[in-house]
Design a protein around this ligand. Structure first.
Ligand code: PMP
Length: 355
């Protein structure tokens, strides 16, 4: 490698995804997948799309998916951008919309891909600390004199805390920064939040990203999307068409459309996770854990006397995988995906034994 390229590549600090171990006999609660499978109609649609059609390129605009999502959210298809997982949608947004001469503001404890994309796309980050109770403090995102954001990004609910910012608070941030794109990453919103998609027609600077990986149980299919003003979406389309015209393959488009169309399955499977979450929170609290209020399909919990890394390692020895973040302020915590009732019972029994 030449010295130049070696310097560029070595300057990057890539995102390290959660471990994806082989599933045999493991209780895998580390990367927030949905414990139920996707709708059976999704599998049927994918099977039906597996055939001679695979010879042909997919629709570069994924119009069928945009139409289904537009109906689902009550917006126009021109307000929707689709991509290969919301990570890719986020990457396009960083390139097209979040790079500015002023800094990109985001919380100190949040999705760790944001600082990685800042490094990759040469965007100046401004890290805004969460409040003492790990919530996002709206006041910290309002302009003060000449001090204002070039752009803003945060997940709602936040990850890995699970804490939700009320929609009115989200709107205060968006309205107070009309010249900054505000990206609300709603990867987990279907598990208990109100979506900011309801606000996109009022605020041309608001972009909302969503994923099929969590509430639609399709992490393996890699489908994500963004909803916003048509001008923001056009900017994303330009970057996409300069990068990869066919981000979604035929199977992904077919499966995603079927998922959006099976509203009953979607609602029931999210309700199931929400119910299990309530039981898991109560069980962990009974064991002495402090659990942050979660609107997501995971919980963030710490024990007053036991270290998060140590508990994570103890669980691993019992074939239960949860996530620990070696980072300031959250070193005591474990992030635990809400699994099936049976998986959660195994986890709670193991913790009872360990404590
Ligand atoms: N945003 C947040 C906050 C996430 O936690 C994740 C999943 N790790 C993503 C986006 C990306 O999800 P995907 O690429 O699977 O759509």
């Amino acid at each position: 490698m030449s010295r130049f390229w070696s310097a560029v590549v070595h300057g990057l600090t890539p995102y390290v995804p959660g471990e994806q171990p082989k599933l045999d006999n493991l209780v895998k609660l580390n990367t927030n997948e949905h414990p139920c499978g996707p709708s059976p109609k999704v599998l049927e649609a994918i099977r039906a799309a597996t055939g001679d059609g695979l010879r042909l390129y997919p629709d570069p605009n994924a119009d069928a998916l945009k139409a289904a999502l537009a109906r689902h959210h009550g917006v126009r298809p021109e307000q929707i951008f689709v991509g290969n997982g919301s990570d890719e949608v986020l990457a396009h947004a960083f390139m097209a919309l979040l790079k500015h001469e002023r800094a990109l503001w985001f919380p100190d404890i949040t999705y760790s891909f944001y600082p990685v994309y800042c490094g990759l796309y040469d965007i100046q980050p401004r890290i805004v600390p969460l409040a003492e109770d790990f919530s996002i403090r709206v006041e910290d995102y309002l302009p003060r004199g000449d001090e204002r954001a070039g752009a803003i990004i945060f997940p709602n609910p936040n990850a890995p805390t699970g804490r939700l910012l009320a929609l009115a608070e989200v709107e205060r941030i968006v309205a107070a920064n009309p010249e900054a794109v505000v990206l609300v990453d709603e990867a987990y919103v279907d598990f208990g939040g109100d979506s900011a998609i309801a606000l996109v027609d009022r605020h041309p600077n608001l972009l909302v990203t969503r994923t099929f990986s969590k509430s639609r149980a399709l992490a393996g299919l890699r489908v994500g999307y963004a909803v916003g003003d048509a001008a923001l979406i056009e900017a994303l389309e330009r970057v996409k068409n300069s990068f990869n015209s066919y981000p979604l393959d035929r199977l992904a488009i077919a499966g995603a459309v079927a998922s959006v169309e099976d509203e009953d399955y979607f609602r029931a499977s999210c309700a199931q996770v929400i119910e299990t979450r309530a039981r898991l929170v109560a069980d962990l609290q009974a064991l002495g854990f402090e659990v942050l209020p979660s609107a997501a399909n995971f919980i963030f919990a710490r024990h007053p006397t036991r270290d998060g890394a140590e508990l994570t390692a103890e669980l691993r020895r019992r074939a239960i995988i949860v996530r620990h973040f070696k980072a300031a302020r959250i070193d005591q915590f474990m992030r635990i995906t809400v699994g099936t009732d049976a998986q959660c019972a195994i986890l709670v029994a193991a913790l009872r034994e360990i404590l």
